[in-house]
Design a binder for this molecule. Structure first.
Ligand SMILES: [Zn+2]
Length: 268
């Protein structure tokens, strides 16, 4: 990717924010000065990111880093984007999409400024239009004037989701999908926990899962083989790499209510 940017004199970079940081790290390792590239601006999306990450990317890649939003079911990236002037909320392209914020529990439309679930209707999309499509993403809309002069409504950076979907390296993952993989494997118990962390700029997913007594007392080699097999199946089905750690029966904390399946240590 770096070679391509050098050869073509790319001026815009569009990727996930974590990948942008990854590129910056590789450039640093290889002694490439980002200022020597022609990059002016980067549009980053498809995973949650923070203001501090923006600062980091801008410093390391020497670009203006803008937030872009979209969803596969609508058109992919490009439903909304920040303007370079304000970098404060993403202008929704209202000539193509009608945006609403609803209360996720009642479905009632909420006034501008209130946080709720983002809903889209497409105006120009053919063959696969969506009507009042619920994104599960939590945001707010604002119609206050923007210094860039655009009058399109702005949405806040996504602050969370109404369901338990995780975004790991830009891939959408539901804990229930991992669970379904685990449950097809003999000897694996239905007690697991997903631990997500960030090393450098990359998300790491660790799956801790209990195995039966018989398997756990088996040789280390057998456990290793089983762990690699589960990693392989998760990758195959969900397209996300993970590290599987098999643990002794009854080591994963039991909860009295809803099981705590996910520990997200990423500071976003
Ligand atoms: Zn603007």
């Amino acid at each position: 990717q770096i070679m391509l940017m050098q050869d073509f004199g790319s001026t815009i970079l569009l990727c996930t924010p974590s990948y942008a940081l990854n590129l910056a790290e590789v450039m640093e390792e290889e002694g490439i000065d980002p200022a020597a590239l022609r990059l002016k601006c980067g549009l980053f999306g498809a995973e949650p990111w923070s203001e501090s990450m923006r600062g980091e990317i801008e410093k390391k890649l020497k670009v203006s880093a803008l937030d872009i939003y979209g969803l596969t079911e609508v058109i992919g990236p490009g439903v909304a984007s920040e303007c370079i002037e304000e970098k404060n909320g993403l202008h929704i392209f209202e000539d193509h999409f009608i945006a609403e914020i609803i209360d996720p529990s009642t479905g009632k439309v909420l006034p501008y400024g209130e946080a709720g679930e983002l809903v889209f209707t497409t105006i120009t999309k053919e063959a696969f239009p969506v009507i009042r499509y619920r994104t599960r993403d939590i945001s707010r809309l604002t119609v206050s004037p923007c210094s860039c002069g655009r009058t399109h409504v702005r949405m806040d950076r996504i602050s969370g989701r109404t369901d338990d979907m995780l975004i790991i390296r830009g891939v959408n993952v539901f804990p229930s999908q991992i669970e379904s993989v685990l449950m097809t494997i003999e000897g694996v118990e239905p007690h697991y926990q997903l631990i997500i962390s960030r090393e450098g700029s990359l998300d790491l997913l660790e799956v801790q899962v209990e195995v039966g007594e018989a398997i756990f007392s088996d040789e280390i080699k057998g456990l290793e083989t089983l762990a690699r097999r589960i990693e392989h199946e998760i990758k195959d089905l969900l397209g996300v790499s993970s590290k599987v750690k098999l643990v002794e029966p009854k080591t994963i904390q039991r909860s009295e209510g809803k099981a705590k399946r996910v520990i997200d240590k990423r500071k976003l």
